[in-house]
Design a protein around this ligand. Structure first.
Ligand SMILES: [Fe+2]
Length: 165
C-alpha cells in the first residue's frame, strides 16, 4: 500500500507504519457508521404499523447517536497521521455492514436487522481497539470504549423493543 502524501502527515509520536493498521480499522468503522446511519434513517422514514411512533422515534434517536460519533472517528484517523474517507464511494468500498434497499421491511425485521448490525459494529470497534492497544494508541482504544458502550445500548433497546409479551 502506498504511503500517504507527505503534505497530509500530522504530528504524532506514534509510528506511522504501526498506526496504518489502526486507521484501516477506523476507516471501516467510519464507513459502517455511515451505512448504519443511513439504514437507521431509512427505517425511521419507512417504518409502519401499530408501533409506528415508538419505532420512528427510537430509530431517529439511534441515527443521531451514530452520526454523532462519525466526526470523532475521522478525526482520530487524522490525529494518528493517516487519511480517512472522502466520499460516498469510499463508504461503499469499505463498509462491512450491508445495505437494505428492499421496498418493504416489516417492523420486526427492522429491529432484528439493526440489532445485528449494531453487534457487527461492536466487533469492528473492538478490532480497532485491539489494534490501537497493540501500537500504544491509547486515545483510540479508550474512545472506542465509549463507541462500544453506545452500540451495546442501541442493541439492548432494539432487543427490548422486539420482545413480544
Ligand atoms: Fe425525521
Amino acid at each position: 500500500m502506498a504511503d500517504i502524501d507527505p503534505a497530509l502527515r500530522t504530528p504524532t509520536d506514534l509510528n506511522r507504519n504501526d498506526t496504518r493498521t489502526v486507521a484501516d480499522a477506523l476507516n471501516t468503522a467510519l464507513a459502517d457508521c455511515f451505512a448504519l446511519y443511513l439504514k437507521t434513517k431509512n427505517f425511521h422514514w419507512h417504518v409502519s404499523g401499530p408501533h409506528f411512533r415508538d419505532y420512528h422515534l427510537l430509530f431517529d434517536d439511534q441515527a443521531a447517536q451514530i452520526l454523532g460519533i462519525t466526526d470523532a472517528i475521522g478525526e482520530r484517523v487524522r490525529k494518528i497521521s493517516q487519511v480517512t474517507l472522502r466520499s460516498v464511494g469510499d463508504i461503499s468500498r469499505r463498509q462491512s455492514i450491508a445495505d437494505n434497499d428492499r421496498e418493504y421491511v416489516s417492523p420486526d425485521e427492522m429491529l432484528a436487522e439493526l440489532r445485528e448490525d449494531n453487534l457487527k459494529l461492536i466487533e469492528v470497534f473492538r478490532d480497532a481497539r485491539e489494534r490501537a492497544e497493540a501500537v500504544k494508541d491509547t486515545a483510540t482504544s479508550s474512545i472506542a470504549d465509549d463507541w462500544i458502550d453506545q452500540a451495546e445500548e442501541r442493541a439492548w433497546f432494539l432487543f427490548e423493543a422486539s420482545r413480544r409479551g
